[in-house]
Design a protein around this ligand. Structure first.
Ligand code: AHR
Length: 550
């Protein structure tokens, strides 16, 4: 595409000129994607494909840890089906042990012989936050009373088995700097050096774990201490001053804002650099958390078509959050040394009552959640220069999970399928890509009054790996396919292949009874004369196109 045409589209979009609405029931409409392969954005960090595991509900017990003597197939106590699936999606890091749980966790409880470890009240045991009556009535079980069977060594084993890097969130609220430094020593000091590294060696782990990613607290503005940003900045400086490396580069993740709270970002960084701009070298990333919530009655499986649109639209807010915080960060960090880690993201529905009572916020996600996953991942890729890490909340059995497991039953949710489709982007070069399509419109309720709303009708991202172009796109329109002309500026498409996740039912999901109800399918791509490419994006779909360029 010529620069002139591109400028027209960009300015027309900015001016709101290209906002024609698709009439409901229309079969097709004009749409266009321009992939500007000569306009690189940045390398898509493999850590954009990271994960998050917290001792919350059924995540650790029995999502991950089933025990060595379990009838559930396992590798050293870790659920085998989970390991095999996670390997397939090329994980970046796995964040553990929380979440809010992290600021209540004493790592010393989770080492040594398993049968000697103490039992503690789990952070989430007495929560009243969106819990079922059955959960409240629960009197016992590892989901409420932490047995510490899954501790540091077991977490490292999970990381090794899945080829992920460990990211440990240190306890800032209820333990001191010394406890965190000792955890670091237990993990990273060579055997024979200290009493703690010898304890690790004696437990069968002679080689250091070389943990590079350390979170300094979690949500310190809320469950992590109700701090002011200035107070947190002081704590961050104390925790990160003179942390021994033992030969491993330490990457510190600072507690970042809750959604749109730009005040946190501004005040934290401003206070941090009062001690000098060199402090910025200690911040690998600033953690941003954004949950787009739920709609209607909060049920993961039941929603109207308008509620489908509303939640996808809300998830799209992630883009303005990334750009807004990025702009504010420049006030104290004009060279942008510090990047963003969106280390909690996803939709958050109510617990599905068909799951065991202890499975706090557990539910099988639907096609709607899959589109939300794709919206988030595409956004991180369009901002590959800003987002260095991203972790959906959470890996298994809670919130925006990739899997649901109960005893010997295990199922991949539609989110998993998006991660598998999108893994082709990991480590590739993100390139600027522009989408023009009819917008979708729907009704939502604001202050008890109906209101019409609208948003884009096709969006996505693209990345280049040698001559292989991966283009992913979301068509949120529940009824209309999008016939789309795809132009690759400065290159020609030789061949292509598509993989599509969609269903005629916008509530489609997988369950223990029907584990393969919603799976992606391959779709041939026909390249026309001269490399011309027109592709029909199915309604309510996530699509990955893999194109070989010449
Ligand atoms: O992911 C669940 C919880 O949500 C995390 O523990 C907390 O950090 C966030 O508020």
């Amino acid at each position: 595409m010529t620069p002139g045409r591109r400028e027209f589209l960009t300015s027309a979009l900015a001016a709101g000129a290209v906002t024609w609405l698709a009439p409901r029931g229309a079969q097709s409409a004009e749409a266009r994607i321009d992939v500007l392969v000569n306009e690189p954005i940045g390398t898509i960090s493999p850590n954009v494909y990271s994960h998050f595991v917290e001792h919350l509900g059924g995540v650790v017990y029995d999502g991950i840890w089933v025990g060595e003597n379990s009838k559930v197939p396992n590798i050293g106590g870790i659920r085998r089906a989970l390991v095999e699936h996670v390997r397939r999606i090329k994980p970046g890091v796995i964040r553990w042990p929380g979440g809010c749980f992290a600021d209540q966790y004493d790592w010393r409880d989770g080492i040594g012989p398993r049968d000697k470890r103490p039992r503690r009240v789990n952070f989430w045991a007495d929560t009243n936050y969106k819990v079922t009556e059955a959960y409240k009535q629960l009197k016992d079980g590892p989901q409420k009373y932490e047995p510490n069977w899954f501790g540091t060594n077991e977490f490292m084993q999970l990381c090794r088995l899945t080829n992920a890097q460990p990211y440990i969130a240190a306890n800032l609220r209820s333990l001191n700097v010394r406890a965190y430094l000792e955890w670091l020593e237990y993990c990273n000091a060579p055997a024979g050096l200290t009493t703690l590294s010898d304890m690790r060696a004696a437990s069968g782990e002679r080689d250091p774990f070389n943990v590079s990613y350390w979170g300094i607290g979690n949500e310190s503005w809320g469950c992590g201490g109700d701090m002011l940003p200035e107070e947190y900045a002081e704590e961050f400086r104390r925790f990160t001053a003179w942390a021994p490396t033992y030969g491993t580069k330490l990457n510190f993740i600072a507690t970042g804002p809750n959604g749109a709270d730009v005040g946190w970002t501004r005040r934290f960084l401003a206070k941090l650099v009062e001690k000098g701009s060199g402090q910025l070298n200690k911040v690998h990333t600033l953690g941003l958390h954004y949950y787009c919530g739920t709609t209607g009655k909060g049920n993961a499986l039941e929603y109207t078509e308008d509620e489908w649109y509303e939640l996808i639209h809300r998830s799209d807010r992630i883009e303005s959050l990334v750009t807004q915080h990025w702009t504010i960060m420049a006030e104290s960090d004009p060279q942008h040394k510090v990047k963003l880690a969106v280390d909690e993201w996803g939709a958050w529905h109510l617990q599905d009552p068909s799951l065991p009572a202890g499975y706090l916020y557990g539910y099988p996600g639907t096609l709607r959640d899959a589109l939300i996953s794709a919206v988030n991942l595409d956004t991180f890729q369009r901002h590959a220069d800003k987002v260095a890490m991203a972790n959906p909340a959470q890996l298994i059995n809670t919130i925006h999970s990739l899997f649901i497991a109960y005893e010997d039953k295990f199922v991949a949710t539609p989110n998993f399928h998006v991660f598998e489709m999108y893994a082709a982007h990991s480590g590739a070069q993100a390139v600027r890509t522009e989408f023009v399509a009819p917008r979708v419109s729907y009704m939502r309720t604001v202050n008890n009054a109906p209101e019409q709303s609208q948003f884009w009708g096709l969006s996505g991202s693209a990345s280049l790996n040698g001559k292989q172009l991966t283009l992913t796109a979301v068509n949120p329109d529940a009824n209309n396919a999008r016939d789309t002309e795809i132009n690759i500026a400065g290159a020609r498409v030789a061949s292509g292949q598509a993989r599509v996740l969609t269903s005629s039912d916008i509530h489609a999901h997988n369950s223990f009874a029907s584990p393969n109800a919603l799976e992606p399918k391959d779709d041939p791509v026909t390249v026309g004369a001269g490399g011309k490419l027109v592709y029909r994006f199915a309604p309510a779909s996530v699509t990955r196109l893999q194109l070989t360029l010449v």
